[in-house]
Write a protein that binds this ligand. Structure first.
Ligand code: G3P
Ligand code: MG
Length: 266
């Protein structure tokens, strides 16, 4: 496990300026525990992740919860759209058994619970704002999510990411001091700096498949923090080490921690 950040170091600005590579646990330690659950976050903390990425969705009563898909079916015992359920109706839904029955006690966490856990351990948060549903007002979604982070006093340690760049542009316009990260939309050939110019984001994230020196050099030259998902094998790790991108997103933060430590010994 890495040492906890000091109060001064617990700032995204300081992390970005350090230029060191760090681990972003993708949906928590989602390779070893059910994604976006509290056990998955705890495992990522134990593995030494610096940042934990979570995906969020809104319930019918506008509660912000951790869930990747708009539907409950893939990762929980529930069915249908999350937006058709109030938060209290989710209580009996099992968010762990689909991964392993030993996790049957896991529930869909509130974003608030998740970030309080991360704050306690001085872990940075990467909140992925999923695209709005048809007819949904994306601004309302952004406001609900940002309110929770602001009220928890975690603005300085939270990066808001999205494939939905309209959400990020709105977020930055309203909340200038919050940090945003554009996730590259598959097929978008623009450079990170071109996207940043349009939506005023602070960081850029792409998939391993989309990673190339053109994007990496451009992000580096424009001082944009760059992340790549997902580094899940040693082969992926060897590839990423040839680039400047410093935020290494992985479903296996513990393995990534070992690969990073070994590379530092060489
Ligand atoms: O951080 C990037 C990554 O989380 C985006 O894709 O589908 O895993 O949320 P997805
Ligand atoms: Mg995500």
């Amino acid at each position: 496990m890495t040492d906890t950040f000091s109060d001064k170091e617990y700032s995204l600005r300081i992390l970005a300026e350090s230029g060191t590579r760090f681990i972003v646990a993708h949906r928590g330690s989602s390779g070893t525990a059910p994604e976006n659950t509290l056990i998955s976050l705890q495992k990522a903390i134990d593995a030494g992740a610096s940042v934990i990425e979570v995906d969020v969705q809104l319930t019918k009563d506008n509660q912000v919860v951790l869930l990747h898909d708009p539907h409950l079916g893939r990762t929980t015992s529930g069915k249908g759209l999350i937006s058709n359920y109030t938060y209290s109706e989710l209580h009996s839904i099992d968010a762990g058994s689909w991964f392993d029955t030993k996790y049957s006690a896991e529930r869909i966490p509130l974003l608030y619970e998740a970030i309080e856990l991360l704050k306690k351990h001085k872990i940075f948060v990467n909140i992925e704002i999923k695209p709005p549903q048809p007819q949904e007002d994306f601004k309302k979604r952004v406001d609900a999510i940002t309110d929770i982070v602001i009220q928890a006093h975690m603005s300085e340690v939270t990066l808001f990411g999205s494939f939905h760049h309209h959400s990020l542009a709105y977020l930055k316009k309203i909340y200038h001091n919050l940090y945003t990260s554009a996730i590259n939309v598959p097929g978008d050939k623009r450079l990170p700096s071109e996207i940043a110019k349009e939506i005023n984001c602070d960081a850029f994230v792409c998939s391993l498949k989309e990673l190339n020196h053109r994007r990496d050099d451009d992000a580096f030259a424009h001082k944009l923090m760059m992340g790549v998902y997902s580094i899940n094998s040693e082969k992926d790790f060897k590839k990423i080490m040839k680039y400047n991108a410093c935020a290494l997103v992985s479903n296996f933060p513990s393995k990534l921690s070992d690969w990073l430590s070994n590379s530092q010994k060489q």
